[in-house]
Structures are given as structure tokens and as C-alpha cells.
Design a protein around this ligand. Structure first.
Ligand code: BGC
Length: 397
């Protein structure tokens, strides 16, 4: 009897302990969730601040959100176009400078600008003649780049207002941007619910995660259009920056910059960036593709081992020592050497943005994929979720 009583007591103690652990687990989970939603104080010196950045002609207020990490790395984003307006990182002497092209005020972004820092959608890059077919239905998009469609049309994701939520995690901070693109907006079918999350960590990585769902079969190819100049001096061109691209082939283009469909080996051409080399090293060579792009403005076919994040490219500015590593889940990367910048736009530092004062590394599916059977599909069905991720990691060498 006594033995039975003791074991009953023992069981009771065990049960109380078990319930305690369960409740604690639940509270902890809720705690994590609440931290995210309630925007509690950031940990590890990570912080997000917010300020007014002007008003749109419609009267809508535009806000600038600035994320700062423990090393003083800064990433500022506005809710207009999801534009990264500033990205500041240390050089080899610890000097923190802005390394992305952009403007000091909203007005700059409201005048025709070449997609500085913006989220690009619904389709990053070109679609031939602005036309594509889905299940026998032909869709017609804006021809806003000569005869072709470029970067989502006349009012792409770079020109819409995103809803922003600040997120504070234990070891990172993030800005989550959401935009609902309505059925047939800019000619694309389906209501597309799009979320882009910019996450900053203390290892100086900016992660860009994209997610989208649709209620009708459609096409999607999102990217980020930041122009980098790692020197931090926008009066300098980027020709001495050394670039490496993890690709054996690239996609040659026709006169209108639409891929011809050929996968061309980079070996023996100015497009070989398998070993890091200065952008300027071969950019002026007598080469038909360089002439068509007015320099580099092509999509490289990334060497991928899986669909997980894998190395796409690196960029290094020998003078400042700044080094950037780009990883992506995407199959391609558009390397654009800022060929169309022409010195007419005023820079943040007082001068102007001259030809090749910045370069872009836009991770994406290949241009004109909807019209090219051999390219990976960009079709999104209602029962699927589009996901894509790219990281930009900064360090010094
Ligand atoms: C394209 C260029 C275009 C630029 C617009 C790039 O993504 O590849 O051809 O001129 O965007 O600024």
C-alpha cells in the first residue's frame, strides 16, 4: 500500500513537471512570435529606425526605414519601390561609407531613374515584343524598352508603395515588404500577393527573400536592382572593381538585348569571369556582344549544384578593400556595368552619376523565359508558392 502511495506521488510529481515544461515551451514560442509582431527592442545592437522621406504627388507619405547592425553596417529602404536608398559598410580601415547609387530625396526617385536600388517585378529583365502565351491565351505587356518589355512595365514594382513591417529577431532584424498586384495590372494575369524581406545580420549580410502566390496561372521573375560602387566614391567609375561570376556559359543577345537562345561558353571570351578580373580589363574589346550591350549587360548561366543558395558572384574594390559575395537560389545573374548612366542624374555626394559609376548583379531567371522553351520555367500556378533568395555578404580583404 505504502509502495503504491509513493509511486502515485511520484507519478503526480512527474505529471506536474511535464505540464510545466509544456506550458513553458508554449509561452516561449508565443514569446518569439510576439517579439516579431510587437517589434521589441532589437538584440545584439541591431536596430531599426524610421523617418519621413517626403510625399508622393498623391499625398501618400513615404517612409525611410534604416536597419543598423553591431558593426555599423546600415541598410535604408523606402516603402516606394522597396528601394534600397543607402547601404553603408566599412572599408579595410574601418571607414563606413555608402556603396550604393541613389538619391537623397524622394524627388530623385520620382523623375525617370534607372531603377536605382529598386525591387523589380513582376518580370525582371526583358520579354520580347512584350508578349507571352499561357495555355493558348496571349498576354500583351507594355513595350517600354524599344519594342520589348522591361522590368515589369510602365509602373512596375519599383514604382508602387509597399506595406512595410519591421521585424526583430534574436540575431537579425528585417523589413518585410508586401504588395498585392491586382489581376491584369501592367497586363499580367492573376492577383499576385508578393512579399520581399530584407534581413540584416551581424555578419554583414543582407538577405533578400522573395515569396509570391497567385490566384491565376501567371509568370514571375523578381529581382533587386541595386547599383554598387564599393569604393564609396560615386565620382569614380567601377572599371577597377574585380568581378568573378560562377558561370561556364552566358546568354548572348540580339540587337534589342533579347537572348538568342544560345548558351555560349565564356571560355576565351571577355565574358569569362570564372577567375576574378577587373571589369575594365576587356570591356572595350572588339566583340559583337559587348557592342550590343554597350559593355556588359548580359545574363550568366550560374553553375549550380542544387537549388539551395549557391555562390553566384563576387566583387572586390582593391582600393577600399571592400569585398562582396553574392549567393542565390536563382539560375541566372544579370551583370550590368552601368552602361546607360550618362552623367545627367545628380549623385548623393553632389556630383553626377557618370557612365559606369555603378554596376548591378541582378539574380534572376533568364530574360525572355516565357518565350524560350529551353529556359527554366517562370510560370507560377495557383497551387504553388514562388520563392527566391539572394544574399549579399560584405567583408574586407
Ligand atoms: C538592364 C539594362 C537596363 C537597366 C536599366 C538592367 O537590368 O539589363 O539593359 O538598361 O537595367 O537601368
Amino acid at each position: 500500500m505504502k509502495a503504491l502511495k509513493i509511486s502515485m506521488q511520484f507519478l503526480l510529481v512527474l505529471a506536474v513537471l511535464f505540464l510545466n515544461v509544456q506550458c513553458k515551451g508554449k509561452a516561449e514560442n508565443e514569446g518569439t512570435k510576439q517579439t516579431e509582431i510587437a517589434n521589441k527592442e532589437p538584440k545584439d545592437s541591431l536596430a531599426i529606425s524610421q523617418e519621413d522621406f517626403g510625399k508622393l504627388p498623391t499625398g501618400e507619405s513615404i517612409q525611410k526605414y534604416t536597419m543598423t547592425n553591431a558593426n555599423g553596417m546600415v541598410v535604408s529602404v523606402i516603402n516606394y519601390g522597396g528601394i534600397i536608398t543607402n547601404l553603408k559598410v566599412p572599408d579595410k580601415n574601418g571607414k563606413i561609407e555608402d556603396v550604393v547609387l541613389g538619391f537623397d530625396s524622394l524627388e530623385g526617385y520620382l523623375t525617370p531613374a534607372p531603377y536605382f536600388g529598386a525591387i523589380i517585378g513582376r518580370y525582371g529583365n526583358r520579354i520580347a515584343q512584350g508578349k507571352f502565351n499561357l495555355d493558348g491565351t496571349q498576354y500583351t505587356l507594355a513595350q517600354n524598352d524599344g519594342q520589348n518589355h522591361l522590368h515589369g512595365g510602365n509602373k512596375g514594382f519599383d514604382k508602387v508603395v509597399w506595406e512595410i513591417t519591421k521585424i526583430t529577431n534574436l540575431h537579425s532584424i528585417a523589413l518585410q515588404l508586401h504588395y498585392l498586384s491586382e489581376d491584369m495590372e501592367e497586363g499580367y494575369p492573376g492577383n499576385l500577393s508578393t512579399t520581399v524581406t530584407y534581413t540584416l545580420t551581424n555578419d554583414n549580410t543582407l538577405k533578400v527573400s522573395y515569396k509570391a502566390t497567385t490566384d491565376k496561372k501567371t509568370i514571375v521573375n523578381l529581382t533587386q536592382h541595386t547599383y554598387f560602387n564599393l569604393s564609396g566614391d560615386f565620382s569614380k567609375d567601377i572599371l577597377e572593381h574585380e568581378i568573378a561570376i560562377n558561370a561556364d556559359t552566358f546568354l548572348p543577345v540580339d540587337e534589342t538585348l533579347i537572348p538568342t537562345g544560345e548558351f555560349k561558353a565564356v571560355a576565351g571570351t571577355p565574358f569569362d569571369f570564372k577567375q576574378a578580373k577587373a571589369i575594365g580589363k576587356q570591356i572595350n574589346e572588339d566583340n559583337q556582344q559587348l557592342k550590343r550591350g554597350l559593355g556588359y549587360d548580359h545574363c550568366w548561366v550560374l553553375n549550380r549544384v542544387s537549388e539551395d543558395l549557391s555562390l553566384a558572384a563576387t566583387a572586390y574594390d582593391p582600393k577600399s578593400g571592400r569585398f562582396m559575395e553574392v549567393k542565390t537560389t536563382e539560375p541566372g545573374i544579370q551583370f550590368y556595368s552601368g552602361n546607360f548612366l550618362d552623367g545627367t542624374l545628380k549623385s548623393k555626394s553632389g556630383g553626377t552619376y557618370a557612365k559606369r559609376s555603378g554596376f548591378c548583379l541582378e539574380t534572376q531567371h533568364y530574360p525572355d523565359s516565357p518565350n524560350q522553351e529551353d529556359f527554366p520555367s517562370v510560370v507560377l500556378n495557383p497551387d504553388q508558392t514562388y520563392r527566391s533568395e539572394t544574399t549579399f555578404k560584405f567583408s574586407v580583404k
